[in-house]
Design a protein around this ligand. Structure first.
Ligand code: FAD
Length: 350
């Protein structure tokens, strides 16, 4: 029997929320997607600068689940392989400890930037008028006109307050701590909150650097021959030459991700202090001591899942409340996709 079409709110337009919203829309439900930012993507984020773009969240994605491949192919998402053999493993002094990662699976990047997937998946929902950007959901409560349904309280630009009502189901595709906070504020789903509280996710300070002086006729790039590396340096876990990714500007650009432990320890540092420390570590690792023309840091409060939920999603068919996000399963873009998809399948089944 085909499930009866329902009115469903999906909160959060990262990969989990987008996967969830598009699957339920395809199943015939009336879905509205709420996102606090002016654009979709969440931690798949790209930042434009005069020197070219930076992927300041996810650097690349893997495709292990056939359903992810199918969704990417069906929607013709702009993506290209990024040479996986270029990924090195460095010791704490920046010396190459392993020439390449043991795994030879494809490292995919969105083109022209990582956020291409999100933009492509948002587009049909937006064209159908099903997306509320600039809308931060703060509370869920029973609908004032029909207590069997839900309504959402939200804040928008300049602290404007809106209430959206008439939802049969509310699916939160939020970082774990935000989902727990919205449920707590709403006095709902105490058992779900208890389970979320066991999830642990590490922060990540991220540094973006541009060296336009490297693009000279005689000098194609600065520093090491490799383009990306996992690092055992105590401050830095990952360095990548953004300009080596396909479809990017050729201006020499690097992204540096601090280690989970260092990010946690320096969580409350101010941005200039974190930037100076990471720049020093970058110079130690790569040998690049030139002054960057552009340097900027970003602090991600929730970057890498250390302890996942251990289930692909949470769904309560009686109340119509559900939860998804990468933190349910792991720390990768694909985990977010699988979580969002499986919540949609559960909610569709009722
Ligand atoms: C620095 C960094 C590096 C990474 N590197 C990789 C990598 O190389 N490969 C890989 O596969 N993965 C990587 N990841 C992980 C990957 O980015 C995530 O697994 C994935 O993007 C998470 O998607 P999500 O939809 O679960 O959550 P999110 O992307 O966090 O989406 C949640 C959305 O909810 C919105 N939101 C929050 N609060 C509210 C609210 N109250 N109301 C409405 N909307 C709200 C947010 O703005 C956001 O858009 C990295 C992550 C980070 C931060």
């Amino acid at each position: 029997m085909t499930p009866r079409p329902r009115t469903i709110a999906v909160v959060g337009a990262g990969i989990a929320g987008l996967a969830c919203a598009r699957t339920l829309t395809q199943a015939g439900h009336a879905v509205t997607l709420f996102e606090k930012q002016p654009a979709a993507g969440g931690r798949i984020a790209s930042r434009d600068t005069p020197f070219g773009s930076f992927d300041l969240g996810a650097q690349y994605f893997t495709v292990r689940d056939a359903r992810f491949e199918q969704a990417l192919a069906a929607t013709q998402v702009g993506r290209q392989r990024w040479n996986a053999n270029a990924v090195r493993v460095l010791d704490e002094y920046g010396r190459v400890a392993e020439a390449e990662l043991p795994s030879r699976e494809a490292h995919w990047v969105g083109v022209p930037a990582m956020d291409a997937i999100a933009a492509q998946w948002l587009q049909p929902l937006q064209a159908a008028g099903r997306v509320q950007l600039h809308t931060r959901v703060t509370r869920i409560e029973p609908d004032a006109l029909d207590r069997r349904r839900w309504q959402l309280h939200s804040t928008g630009p300049e602290d404007s307050v809106h209430v959206f009502s008439g939802f049969d189901a509310v699916l939160l595709a939020l970082p774990h701590a935000v989902a727990a906070s919205v449920l707590r504020q709403s006095g709902l789903a105490a058992r779900m909150v208890e389970r979320i509280e066991r999830v642990r996710v590490a922060p990540c300070w991220t540094l973006m650097l541009a060296f336009p002086q490297a693009v000279q006729p005689t000098l194609s790039h600065l520093g090491p021959q490799w383009n990306a590396a996992h690092s055992a340096h105590h401050r830095v876990a990952w360095v990548a030459r953004e300009s080596s990714k396909p479809g990017r500007s050729p201006i020499e650009r690097w992204t540096v991700q601090a280690s989970p432990a260092w990010s946690q320890e320096h969580l409350e540092d101010d941005a200039p202090r974190a930037q100076a420390k990471l720049l020093k570590a970058f110079a130690e690792i790569t040998g690049i001591r030139a002054e960057p023309a552009h340097a900027q840091v970003h602090r991600w409060l929730w970057a890498r899942t250390l302890e996942p939920l251990g289930a692909s999603h949470l769904w309560d068919g009686n109340s119509g409340l559900g939860l998804c996000g990468d933190w349910c399963v792991g720390h990768r873009v694909e985990d977010a996709f699988v979580s969002g998809l499986e919540l949609a399948l559960a909610a569709n089944a009722g």
